[in-house]
Design a protein around this ligand. Structure first.
Ligand code: PLP
Length: 365
């Protein structure tokens, strides 16, 4: 039997192949490799898609979050509050600014527990960095409440939530600034590394355009130190082409998630993901919780199914952040989830037959 990968980008590649070929040819012909016209074209289209005034393309999602924080002045001596349950890059980006990451636990919905943020606010706290994990937005109204009470900036990690909505507002449009990633497997993915920062503020956008380009406001003038972190023009061509299909691909993900819900319903021991009230998730991942996770994962792998774990080690238990001084027991829900979560294959184009075969494996338990 054929393998079922966690992510199969085949359908996406086929749908954009012609536009990408033409776009690449134009970039090569025009020698427009660095910040060519295709970059601004994509930035404008993505800003419109999200519903913000400005999008600044950068080299990766990690860079996007770091530059977003720097653009609002976060650095040494500051603290930034973020969830213990996220991809490592969220915390790496904070640390790279020189600020101290301050973690809070998640709820059983996997998202940052907004009720635990307030107790972590100190005189040094500058920002709170919610992560819209697995395609579902964090409880932004509660987070905005805390941020307002304490004068904190909100920086969204929207890497897994392209097109997600909460109560009519889209991921990346709520905070002062948001970072997102176009890593190939994301809902909107490039053909390599890429990312972007979103903001309503012209001032923050201008700061970002300088930061990503050696700190330059015009060629060979460098009023400040910056970085080399531009969105590659060829990647912008791919992203522009893919953006036309994003809503339809997110729709396919929604249908596939609904099918998993039906297929897995008979298994009482499988806790399925739920869309929170007010949320319209884009199903970046379909993450179930099972008590005997490692055994189920092994069985899926033996059946040729590319299931995975997002994420096996919460931030506070990873070696990279041992120096923060947390330990086992610091964030019990994140730790519990890390031992139970299981991501099933989900991508635009996954078939009913494939999903039925995946559900079949659960019958063995
Ligand atoms: C993918 C991802 C990032 C990092 O993006 P890169 O483009 O890989 O640097 C950051 N945060 C979250 C939640 C992600 O999923």
């Amino acid at each position: 039997m054929s393998e079922i990968p966690l992510v199969d980008l085949g359908l996406q590649h086929r749908q954009i192949a012609d536009e990408v070929a033409e776009g690449f040819a134009r970039v090569i012909e025009e020698n427009a490799f660095i910040l060519g016209p295709a970059v601004a074209e994509f930035e404008d289209a993505f800003a419109t898609f999200v519903g913000v005034a400005h999008c600044v393309g950068v080299a990766s999602g990690t860079d996007a979050l770091e530059l977003a924080l720097r653009a609002i002045g976060v650095g040494h001596g500051d603290e930034v509050i973020l969830p213990a349950n996220t991809f490592i890059a969220t915390a790496l980006a904070v640390a790279r600014t020189g600020a101290a990451p301050v973690l809070v636990d998640c709820g059983h919905d996997h998202l940052i527990d907004a009720d635990q943020i307030e107790s972590q606010v100190t005189a040094h706290t500058r920002a709170v960095l919610p992560v819209h994990l697995y395609g579902q937005m964090a409880l932004m109204e509660d987070i905005e409440g805390v941020a307002e009470r304490h004068g904190l900036a909100i920086v969204e990690d929207a890497a897994q939530a392209h097109g997600a909505n909460r109560n009519g507002r889209s991921a990346g449009s709520i905070g002062a600034v948001a970072g997102t990633s176009f890593y190939p497997g994301k809902n909107l993915g490039a053909y390599g590394d890429a990312g972007a920062v979103l903001t309503r503020s012209a001032e923050i956008a201008a700061a970002l355009r300088a930061l990503r380009n050696y700190g330059s406001d015009r060629k060979y003038h460098h009023p400040q130190r910056g970085f080399n972190s531009r969105l590659d023009t060829l990647q912008a061509v791919v992203l522009r082409a893919k953006l036309r299909f994003l809503d339809s691909w997110n729709g396919m993900r929604r249908v596939a998630a609904g099918r998993y819900d039906e297929l897995l319903e008979p298994f009482e021991w499988v806790i399925r993901p739920v869309a929170l009230e007010g949320n319209d998730p884009v199903w970046h991942l379909y993450v179930v919780r099972v008590p005997n996770r490692d055994a189920v994962l092994r069985a899926l792998h033996e059946a040729g199914i590319g299931a995975a774990i997002h994420y096996p080690v919460p931030i506070h238990l990873s070696g990279a952040f041992r120096s923060l001084g947390y330990g086992p027991g610091s964030f019990p829900v994140a730790e519990e989830l890390a031992s139970q979560v299981l991501s099933l294959p989900l991508f635009p184009g996954i078939t009913e037959v494939q999903q039925a075969r995946i559900a079949e494996v659960f019958k063995g338990f």
